[in-house]
Design a protein around this ligand. Structure first.
Ligand code: HEM
Length: 626
C-alpha cells in the first residue's frame, strides 16, 4: 500500500522538480511528462504508418516513462507500451544515415554543372569545369575536417531524457560533434580531455550562456548563472563560508534532520505504507539546506509550507519557459493577464518577502551579538551561511544577497536529493553491497550520530555514493557558451556556440571505465583516495571541475553519507510490490519518471551485538509527524 498522506512525506505524487535547461527555446532537459505530447513531424508520421507504428500523440513517451536501467545497469527502453518513437526510431534513423553529413554542399551542388561543362571538348566550359573540379577538391577537404554533424528533428531527441540520445549519437559521431535541427545547433562534448580544456585550461573562454538566460528570473546574478566580475566577486565572498568548522557543525545537523526523517519513515512503516523515496529525499535535503543557508526550518518532512510551494512554482515556471517557443512573459502586460504568470509573480513575491524577512532576522541577530567573531564568523545562535555573509562585512546589495541565497537553496537541494535517490536505487540491485554497507555502518556508528571523524571511516558508504554519482551524474550535462572562437578536439568552434559537456557520456565511457554501465563501488578501492576529477583525469566530474567547480562538494558528500548511514542503520529497503519500474526523466537533475516507491523493513537486530535498533533510537527534540 502506498502512503497517501497530504502532509509530510508522500509517495505516488511526483516529487517537485527543478528547472529544465534550455537550448534556445527548446528544452532538452525537461521531464517528458511535463512537456506537450510529442507529435511526430509529417515525414515521421508517414514512415511510422508504413512501419505500422502508432502516430498519434499518445504514442510518445509523454507519459513520463523514459529509458530505464535494468537491474544490471544496462540501457533498456523504458517505454511501457513499447511503441515509443524515441529509442527505436532514433536507432533506425541513425542507421539509415539520415543524420549523416553528406560532405561539401557546394561541391554537391556544382557537381552536375561541372559534369555538363566537362563535356565541352575544347571550349571555355572545359576550363570552368577544371576550375570547379579544383575548387570542389578544396571544399571536400574542408568538409572532411569539419566537425561531424548530426542533423535531425529536435522533437525526436527531446522525447526522452536528453543524455540518452546524446550517448547514442556520440557513439556514431564521436566525442565532439554538432547536433543541428533547423537553424539551431549545439556542440556535444563527450571527451575527458576536451572537458578539462573547457573547464580548466581555457575556462575563461566559456560562460554559462543559455543557462543564465533561463535562470535569470529565479537566481538573477547568483553564483550558478553569474559570469564575469560578478561571479568572481561572489565566489570569493561565498566559498570561505563553507569552512571546516562550519561543515563540522553541519554534520550534527545532517544527522538530526535524517533522524527526524527516520521517525516519519517509521510511522509510514507502522501504518503498513510504502514510501516514495525521491519525494522523501527531496524534503529531507530541503530541510537541511534551509537550515544551512538561512537558519530556517522548512520542516517539509512534516508539512507543506507556502514558501516551499512558491519555490517549486518558480522552478516549474523555469522549466516551462525553457520549452515554450514564444517568450511572451517578457511583456509586462502578459505577466498580469496570463494566470500562470500571475501565479509565478505571486510566488516570486512570496519568496522575496520570505528571504527579506530571513535577511532582516539574521541582521538583527548579528547586530545584537555581543561577541568578537574569529575568521569563521561562526555564531551559535545563527550558524548559517547568511550570517557568515553578513558578518563578513562585505558591501553587498540586498538583491545580490537574495540571488546568492536563492542559488544556494536550489543548487544544494535537488542535487543531493537526486544523488540519494539513485544511490538507493542502485543498492536495491546489489543486496551483497547493501549487507557490507550496513556492516560498516553498524561497526563505525552503531546508534551514535555520525561526527566528522566518523565520516573518514565510512569509506565504503562514501564509495557507494561516489559510484552512484558516476552512473547518475547530477546534472548529467554541463552547459557553456564560447565567447571567442576556439578549437575543441581538433574542430573549430565559433564564438557564440552553445556547448553541452555530457558528463553522462564521460562517466559511462567504456574506453575508460570497465563495465561502465554496472554499479560497482569496488572500482574505487576504500584504501585509495576519494575519487574526483583530478584523481580520474577528468573522466569523473560529479561536481564539475576547474574554476566553476561546485563549492558545496564536501558539504554534499557528507550530507549524503550521513543521510544514507542513518537510514541504512535502521531500515532495510526493497521495491514495494507493484511499484512502477524506475525510469528516468530530466529536470536540472535526473529524476525518476514515476518515483522510487519502496517498502521499509526496520532492522530489528544489530548483527554485531544483537540489540534492537529502532527501539534504542534517540529521537531529536522536534516531534515527528507523518
Ligand atoms: C550531491 C550534491 C551536489 C552535486 C552533485 C553538485 C554538482 C555541481 C556541479 C556539477 C556544479 C558545476 C556546474 C557547472 O560547471 O556548470 C556545481 C556548481 C555549484 N554548486 Fe553544486 N552540487 C551539489 C551540491 C551543492 C551544495 C550542497 C551547494 C551549496 C551548499 C552547491 C552549490 C553550488 C554552487 C554555488 C555552484 C556554482 C559554482 C560556480 O559556478 O562558481 N552544490 N554543483
Amino acid at each position: 500500500m502506498i502512503l497517501q498522506s497530504g502532509k509530510g512525506i508522500q509517495t505516488q505524487q511526483a516529487p517537485l522538480r527543478g528547472p529544465g535547461v534550455i537550448l534556445g527555446q527548446e528544452s532538452l532537459l525537461t521531464p517528458s511528462h511535463r512537456r506537450a505530447p510529442f507529435r511526430p513531424c509529417r515525414q515521421d508520421r508517414q514512415q511510422r504508418r508504413q512501419r505500422g507504428l502508432p502516430v498519434c500523440a499518445s504514442s510518445s513517451n509523454g507519459n513520463g516513462s523514459g529509458p530505464s536501467y535494468s537491474r544490471n545497469g544496462n540501457l533498456s527502453n523504458g517505454n511501457k507500451s513499447g511503441s515509443s518513437v524515441s529509442n527505436k526510431s532514433l536507432d533506425e534513423r541513425i542507421l539509415s544515415g539520415e543524420f549523416t553529413d553528406q560532405g561539401s554542399t557546394k561541391e554537391r551542388i556544382t557537381r552536375p554543372i561541372r559534369k555538363a561543362l566537362a563535356k565541352d571538348p575544347v571550349g571555355p566550359g572545359r576550363n570552368i569545369a577544371l576550375r570547379l573540379a579544383k575548387a570542389g577538391k578544396g571544399w571536400k577537404a574542408a568538409a572532411a575536417v569539419r566537425m561531424p554533424e548530426a542533423r535531425g528533428d529536435i522533437r525526436e531527441i527531446i522525447g526522452q531524457p536528453v543524455f540518452v540520445p546524446l550517448q547514442k549519437l556520440a557513439m556514431i559521431y564521436g566525442k565532439v560533434f554538432r547536433l543541428s535541427f533547423g537553424p539551431k545547433s549545439f556542440v556535444v562534448v563527450s571527451d575527458a580531455e576536451v572537458a578539462r580544456y573547457m573547464l580548466m585550461t581555457n575556462a575563461g573562454n566559456y560562460t554559462k550562456g543559455v543557462l543564465s538566460e533561463i535562470l535569470d528570473f529565479v537566481m538573477g546574478k547568483g553564483l550558478i548563472p553569474a559570469d564575469g566580475d560578478v561571479w568572481k566577486a561572489r565566489r570569493r565572498a561565498i566559498v570561505p563560508s563553507l569552512h571546516r568548522k562550519y561543515i563540522e557543525n553541519m554534520v550534527g545537523m545532517f544527522a538530526d534532520s535524517a533522524l527526524h526523517g527516520v521517525s516519519s519513515l517509521q510511522q509510514a512503516h507502522q501504518a503498513g505504507k510504502s514510501v516514495e523515496m525521491e519525494n522523501f529525499f527531496s524534503r529531507l535535503t530541503l530541510d537541511i539546506i534551509g537550515k544551512a543557508v538561512f537558519n530556517y526550518d522548512f520542516d517539509s518532512l512534516t508539512h507543506d509550507d507556502p514558501v516551499i510551494q512558491a519555490v517549486y512554482t518558480v522552478l516549474r515556471e523555469a522549466e516551462y519557459r525553457s520549452t515554450y517557443p514564444l517568450p511572451y512573459w517578457n511583456l509586462p502586460l502578459m505577466r498580469l493577464i496570463v494566470p500562470r504568470q500571475r501565479r509565478c509573480q505571486a510566488a516570486l513575491a512570496t519568496i522575496n518577502r520570505t528571504l527579506s524577512g530571513l535577511i532582516a532576522k539574521s541582521k538583527r541577530v548579528f547586530d545584537e551579538e555581543d561577541q568578537e567573531f574569529g575568521e569563521d564568523f561562526l555564531s551559535e545562535e545563527d550558524p548559517s551561511i547568511l550570517h557568515f555573509l553578513l558578518a563578513g562585512g562585505d558591501e553587498i546589495t540586498s538583491k545580490q544577497l537574495r540571488d546568492d541565497l536563492m542559488t544556494m537553496l536550489i543548487a544544494g537541494h535537488e542535487t543531493t536529493a537526486a544523488v540519494l535517490t539513485w544511490t538507493l536505487h542502485c543498492l536495491t540491485d546489489r543486496p551483497d553491497v547493501l549487507k557490507r554497507l550496513q556492516h560498516e555502518i553498524d561497526t563505525v556508528l552503531g546508534d551514535r550520530k555520525p561526527t566528522l571523524d566518523d565520516l573518514k571511516k565510512l569509506r565504503l558508504t562514501t564509495r557507494v555514493i561516489n559510484e552512484a554519482m558516476r552512473l547518475y551524474p547530477q546534472p548529467p550535462v554541463l552547459i557553456r557558451r564560447a565567447t571567442e572562437d576556439d578549437v575543441l578536439g581538433g574542430f573549430s568552434v565559433a564564438a557564440g556556440s552553445d556547448i553541452f559537456i555530457s558528463v553522462w557520456n564521460i562517466h559511462r565511457n567504456a574506453g575508460f571505465w570497465s563495465n561502465a554501465d554496472s554499479f560497482d563501488p569496488d572500482r574505487f578501492p576504500v584504501e585509495g583516495p576519494i575519487p574526483n576529477e583530478i584523481t580520474e583525469n577528468f573522466n569523473y566530474l560529479p561536481f564539475g571541475g576547474g574554476r566553476r567547480k561546485c563549492i558545496g562538494d564536501q558539504f554534499a558528500l557528507f550530507e549524503a553519507v550521513v543521510g544514507l548511514a542513518v537510514l541504512l542503520r535502521r531500515f532495510d529497503f526493497q521495491m514495494a510490490p507493484g511499484a512502477p519500474a524506475v525510469g528516468m526523466t530530466t529536470g536540472a537533475t535526473i529524476h525518476t519518471s514515476d518515483g522510487l516507491v519502496m517498502e521499509l523493513m526496520p532492522r530489528v537486530h544489530n548483527e554485531l551485538n544483537g540489540t534492537p535498533i529502532l527501539e534504542e533510537l534517540a529521537m531529536p527534540a522536534s516531534a515527528p509527524v507523518a
